[in-house]
Write a protein that binds this ligand. Structure first.
Ligand SMILES: *[C@@H]1O[C@H](CO)[C@@H](O)[C@H](O)[C@H]1NC(C)=O
Ligand SMILES: *[C@@H]1O[C@H](CO)[C@@H](O)[C@H](O)[C@H]1NC(C)=O
Ligand SMILES: *[C@@H]1O[C@H](CO)[C@@H](O)[C@H](O)[C@H]1NC(C)=O
Ligand SMILES: *[C@@H]1O[C@H](CO)[C@@H](O)[C@H](O)[C@H]1NC(C)=O
Ligand SMILES: *[C@@H]1O[C@H](CO)[C@@H](O)[C@H](O)[C@H]1NC(C)=O
Ligand SMILES: *[C@@H]1O[C@H](CO)[C@@H](O)[C@H](O)[C@H]1NC(C)=O
Ligand SMILES: *[C@@H]1O[C@H](CO)[C@@H](O)[C@H](O)[C@H]1NC(C)=O
Ligand SMILES: *[C@@H]1O[C@H](CO)[C@@H](O)[C@H](O)[C@H]1NC(C)=O
Ligand SMILES: *[C@@H]1O[C@H](CO)[C@@H](O)[C@H](O)[C@H]1NC(C)=O
Ligand SMILES: *[C@@H]1O[C@H](CO)[C@@H](O)[C@H](O)[C@H]1NC(C)=O
Length: 491
């Protein structure tokens, strides 16, 4: 009797833990499009100290993969869109790619990198890319799949294709009218057939922020899971948030294409904290809390009740100051952590602690900033600052950004400093025709942070090469100025 009870209990525990581990499949995206990326070993420490168990990469950087080795973190590696053409046309290229960037690091027993997915392309159907990648996506995925089979890894690593939020749509804004974009329709049927054949899930990037930002019809409350948001009715179904609306629009599109049961993984979802109106830490915190509560509630969506996305990857781990701002200046501010690994807000991964843990022992360049010299004629300063901004990161100065309301010439200093930091604080990068001035007094004002960049191996090597360059210059100068030394040497 007692034994039976114990067995039942054990079974119940096993069932409930397998359910909760499904809910807990929350990962993060780790991007490295930064001028001074946090060193990969530091990032892995950050992931571990926050108990993050899954990470999605956009490429297969050797340093990043080496750092993830023996970490027990499940990894998605990525193949950039630019490589799709060659992977489509050559099985051999696909084999090399898998050999060089996957097999070399792979391990499912803790000795190497636990690679779970290989993402072929990054949002290849994004509307703004046009049709340039369509002809290669399915061919490239097929060749990578064949290479995985060849490497005996096909039952351990799945091939997926991250699709952008605008791959599907609904003119009425209601999920029941959802469908794939007509231009991508044909390729999508081939892609879904491929995924279904190999039991791979559909990776989708959702963006309630962009839906809100671009669509006057979506309220902020609806986007951030506010209970008080005005719901939207789709015949007898009621939608209380933007996430469910987007998700079910995709579910309908998949059904209409003939794949009603296709598993879905949310490959990217997040909220930026700077560079646009309503892109703030407090709104991001509310959004993520709403998302986590929704995922933990296990209620699912109206079209897939009790059926959550299999996994969800938050976008993003860290801010990246070199991301393209084509969509908006907020693009550089998706991080849950700032560029240097400091938490922006409270967040509960649901795995023990109720708060994020910062990166420890981060190494910075010296505490120096570049500002505008107020004692000079500043009539050309604005032009200089705009020039600096074309390279540096001035995204925080856009409307709604944290540095939007710093007044002139503070905004000039902000631009100068960003340029100076991105160039590893080299003295000649704070010149600006004599308008720049290096200071050791932090010029930050209120929320507007004038950053000091990270000391990275790259900046060390730059400084070393700068030093070598200087020594070579110095030696050359000595030889040129004092030819007698050369003569003495030749004795
Ligand atoms: C993709 O690869 C296939 C097989 O090699 C080839 O027939 C096809 O022309 C390629 N597509 C494009 C657009 O290059
Ligand atoms: C991956 O493999 C290809 C082909 O061998 C190679 O060209 C590429 O540089 C490798 N590395 C990354 C990070 O993609
Ligand atoms: C906008 O929202 C209203 C209800 O909130 C709905 O009736 C209308 O169809 C929506 N329009 C679009 C273009 O989404
Ligand atoms: C997409 O393709 C499917 C199947 O070929 C078809 O039923 C559907 O009407 C197409 N949709 C559009 C918008 O072209
Ligand atoms: C939406 O549906 C709910 C429940 O079915 C109903 O109470 C509400 O009046 C409907 N709202 C609109 C605007 O039709
Ligand atoms: C969102 O941004 C708009 C425009 O700046 C502002 O009017 C509104 O108050 C903001 N909403 C919240 C909740 O911060
Ligand atoms: C990580 O997990 C451990 C063990 O479950 C727990 O003690 C710790 O507080 C967790 N840390 C965070 C940041 O969640
Ligand atoms: C401003 O720029 C113009 C054009 O390059 C130049 O002729 C002028 O001397 C500059 N003024 C100052 C004060 O540097
Ligand atoms: C800038 O805006 C912030 C937030 O809106 C406000 O707290 C601060 O006082 C403003 N600063 C200036 C100089 O206007
Ligand atoms: C700085 O502010 C001044 C005055 O508001 C403006 O004319 C100028 O374009 C700004 N410069 C930059 C680089 O934002």
């Amino acid at each position: 009797m007692a034994l039976k009870l114990h067995l039942t209990l054990a079974l119940l525990l096993a069932i409930s833990s397998s359910f909760s581990s499904r809910v807990r499949a929350i990962g993060v995206n780790w991007g490295t499009t930064a001028s001074h990326p946090l060193p990969p070993p530091k990032v892995v420490e950050l992931l571990k100290s926050n108990n993050i168990t899954k990470v999605k990469l956009l490429d297969a950087d050797p340093l990043v993969l080496q750092s993830l080795s023996r970490s027990n973190i499940y990894v998605t590696i990525g193949i950039p869109n630019s490589v799709l053409r060659s992977l489509n046309s050559s099985k051999k290229a696909a084999q090399s790619w898998v050999h060089d960037n996957l097999t070399r690091y792979f391990s499912d027993s803790g000795g190497g990198v636990r690679i779970e997915y290989v993402a072929v392309g990054d949002e290849p159907f994004l509307r703004s890319y046009g049709e340039q990648f369509y002809p290669f996506v399915v061919g490239a995925a097929t060749n990578i799949q064949a290479a995985l089979i060849g490497a005996n890894l096909a039952n351990k690593v799945k091939v997926v294709i991250p699709c952008s939020y605008d791959t599907f749509q609904s003119e009425s804004g209601l999920p029941s009218k959802g469908h794939f974009r007509p231009d991508v329709n044909k390729t999508m049927i081939q892609l879904l057939t491929f995924l279904s054949k190999h039991r791979s899930p559909f990776f989708v990037n959702l963006s309630p922020f962009l839906s809100y930002h671009q669509n006057k019809n979506i309220s902020l409350d609806f986007a951030i899971f506010r209970e008080t948001a005005h719901p939207r009715n789709d015949s007898h179904r009621t939608y209380k948030n933007s996430f469910d609306l987007n998700y079910d629009t995709l579910v309908t599109a998949l059904s209409a294409a003939g794949f009603p049961r296709m598993g879905i993984i949310v490959g990217q979802i997040g909220w930026p904290t700077d560079g646009a109106a309503n892109a703030t830490s407090s709104i991001a915190e509310r959004f993520l809390k709403g998302l986590m509560d929704h995922l933990h509630s296990k209620s699912g969506t109206p079209l897939r009740p009790h059926d959550l996305p299999m996994e969800t990857y938050i976008f993003s781990l860290l801010d990246e100051d070199q991301r393209s701002v084509a969509t908006g200046n907020f693009e550089r501010h998706w991080g849950m952590f700032t560029f240097d690994g400091q938490a922006k807000y409270r967040f509960d991964f649901g795995q023990g602690s109720r708060n994020l843990v910062n990166a420890q022992n981060v190494k910075y360049l010296p505490s120096k900033w570049c500002v505008v010299n107020n004692n000079r004629d500043l009539s050309n300063a604005t032009a200089r600052a705009l020039e600096a901004c074309s390279i540096a990161d001035c995204s925080a100065m856009s409307p709604g950004g944290s540095c939007f309301n710093i007044s002139w010439p503070g905004n000039i200093s902000y631009a100068f400093n960003s340029y100076y930091q991105q160039h590893d604080q080299r003295a000649d990068s704070c010149d600006f025709g004599g308008l720049g001035l290096i200071t050791t007094v932090d010029p930050s004002v209120q929320n507007c942070r004038f950053s000091v960049e990270l000391l990275t191996s790259l900046s060390v090597s730059l400084q070393v090469s700068y030093l070598i360059h200087s020594i070579v210059l110095l030696t050359t100068t000595i030889f040129l100025c004092f030819p007698s030394i050369v003569q003495e040497f030749s004795y």
